[in-house]
Ligand binder design. Sequence first.
Ligand SMILES: [Cu+2]
Length: 144
Amino acid sequence: MLLHRPARLLLVLGAAALLATGCSSGDDSADPGMTTDIAAPTAVAEPSAPPAPADATAPASPAAEAVTITISDFEYDVPESVPAGSEVAVVNQDREAHTLTLADGGPSVVVQGGETETFTAPAAGSYGIVCDFHGSMTAELVVA
Ligand SMILES: [Cu+2]
């Protein structure tokens, strides 16, 4: 009785071996493919990519200061003042779209969630900021 187990195991193994050899020998054309697959993983990304084109992004006007207003959690984060005529980037960190609209017909930009838009600071003065979509979002922009 105890001999039956090994015998059965051998039978199973033998059948499996037959199946395996039957499969591989039946697909002779697949054998070279498999060997090349193993030997050919040379498609690794070559680290010869040129360094980031940092030179191409040189600022066009070095004199211009980078001014950023950040919108986060439905609030404007406005610097103390921005230079007149400067380019102001409006970074919307919310998922919601907002606008940054200056009072008295000043510039207005719509900033989609996660996007950045820019506007040009108007003449010196103090301007109310409001979001056209959320009237409770207000701030003050001082242009110096
Ligand atoms: Cu808003």
